[in-house]
Design a protein around this ligand. Sequence first.
Ligand code: AP5
Length: 262
Amino acid sequence: MRMQINLQRDTWLRGNATPCERSAKSRCVRHAATRPMRAVLLGPPGVGKGTQAALLFARMGACHLSTGEILRTAKCLNACDRTPGLNTALEYMQRGELVPDQTVVQLIQERTDCLRCHAGFLLDGFPRTVEQAKALDQLLGNEHLGLDAAISYYLPWPVVVERLSGRRTCRACKSAYHIETLPPRQEGLCDECGGPLHQREDDQPESINVRMQSYAKSTAPVLDFYRDRGLLVEVSAEGAPEEVYQRTLQSLENRVKVKPTG
Ligand code: AP5
């Protein structure tokens, strides 16, 4: 199975100044959400958030908005294409420091058009701390928007390591593959655009440990934040992507009404 990836996300990667050309009407969906779905995707690195977001985008229309992707793309943008928030984030990354909450929130503020999108959104990688979760609450409140769910994927630790160490990503269109569970048709090349595949720097064993520690310390408390608000939906990420997707839909049944369209 190949993932469709959201190619029209310049507004997300570059900020509000870049108009979004996306039209939800033109999208072919197997399940149509009867109203826009607005959710955050939580879970440890490599659990499959991006993979599920791609499936949910392709079939339900809500845009996949990844903060990790903004930060990775920032390095490749020309200075004139970078927002003030991106410039600040880059300074932290160039010093090898984590990007602080305040700057990440600024990046989201620069992209509020994406939160207002009539197709809904799937935030992946944000919020990563309780401070970020509070800021998102406030931003959505200002826009009179509500969250449908905080979907938290979970998986045994050794499986997470297998998924991360086998991941390969297209440099051009960012499609994700796995050398064993989701190999490209031609080794080293993307099925979607023919671009070269590579291993993300942070998928090396030493980086994986650091990311897992950071998740346990800073992101795990975000689950309680959403549990207390009645928004947390916990979903096992075991099994093939399609199984996880179907499990996600079942878990969301009472929150987002979906009607199969064929
Ligand atoms: P980010 O890009 O958000 O990374 P992450 O949260 O660590 O998540 P990943 O993208 O690594 O994993 P995923 O869960 O999406 O898994 P995927 O679907 O690819 O962030 C990167 C960095 O940016 C952070 O470490 C941080 O420093 C910084 N950052 C980002 N947001 C920030 C924020 N808000 N604040 C501060 N800093 C921030 O799947 C993984 C692999 O498994 C793939 O190969 C896939 O093919 C395979 N796979 C997926 N599902 C299945 C399945 N069901 N069965 C078999 N294989 C599967």
